[in-house]
Design a protein around this ligand. Structure first.
Ligand code: PEP
Length: 247
């Protein structure tokens, strides 16, 4: 099971100490088969990766450009992330899709770049509240998956994160039945496209210590992508402890 933290644009001043706390708890989690990944802002990746070298705590990024290098002011490429010590990258987060107008086609190009740089690629999908209310959630996510996963993707290095947009940062979560329905549908789609590959499907959206156990126990939930509650070592490790381990 993978518990991934997305720090978004947070972590100034307190991030290093919180990361140290996560590092201290990573071995216990790993001993139960629970992998921890922290995705801080770009500037923290190098220092965190150095601290975590040789530990079971992985460091990733929240986005990458699709090009390997070039004239793209302010962007960071997948090879630069890998060189800084990142082993994973999130692509297609709903905040990127909304704030930066990223569409499925661009997300697919970023996924290709991430995979070429040998980064574990976490592709995010999820419906808006209006889409869910219209009864379209499963169809929307199926369309996002079809558009965001490049044909050339290596399933060994791929993770899907189902994050209903209306649950991100709101304190609201879908019912466990709704999570089960969506994760079952995603799993079926992935099994058809990549037979036998067992691609982990994370749930994301207002996961916290108090609801982690029930969300992580839902069939086909292979972990969590955690925003707000990943900023504090205590909360992040409590979520990891709530994960059903394999040991
Ligand atoms: C996220 O942004 O990926 C997320 C799930 O945020 P939160 O846990 O704060 O809802």
């Amino acid at each position: 099971m993978l518990i991934a933290g997305n720090w978004k644009m947070n972590g100034a001043a307190t991030g290093a100490a919180e990361f140290d706390g996560m590092l201290a708890g990573a071995s216990e989690a790993a001993s139960r088969g629970v992998d921890l990944l922290v995705c801080p802002p770009f500037t923290m990746i190098g220092a965190f990766a150095l601290k975590a070298a040789g530990s079971p705590l992985s460091v990733g990024a929240q986005d990458c450009h699709f090009a390997e290098k070039g004239a793209h002011t302010g962007d960071v490429s997948a090879p630069i992330l890998a060189e800084a010590g990142a082993s994973a990258v999130i692509v297609g987060h709903s905040e990127r899709r909304t704030d930066h107008g990223e569409d499925d086609g661009l997300v697919a190009k970023k996924a290709v770049a991430a995979q070429q740089a040998k980064l574990k690629t976490i592709v995010c999908v999820g419906e808006t509240e209006a889409e869910r209310d219209a009864g379209d959630a499963v169809a929307v996510v199926a369309r996002q998956l079809a558009g965001s996963l490049p044909a050339s993707v290596n399933p060994q290095n791929l993770v899907i994160a189902y994050e209903p947009v209306w649950a991100i940062g709101t304190g609201r979560t879908p019912s466990t039945d709704d999570v089960a329905t969506m994760h079952g549908a995603i799993s079926q789609t992935l099994d058809t496209q990549f037979p036998g590959s067992a691609i982990p499907i994370l749930y994301g959206g207002s996961v916290k210590p108090s609801n982690a156990a029930e969300l992580l126990a839902v069939p086909h939930v292979g972990g969590a992508l955690v925003g707000g509650a990943s900023l504090k070592a205590e909360d992040f490790l409590a979520i990891a402890r709530a994960a059903p381990g394999n040991g």
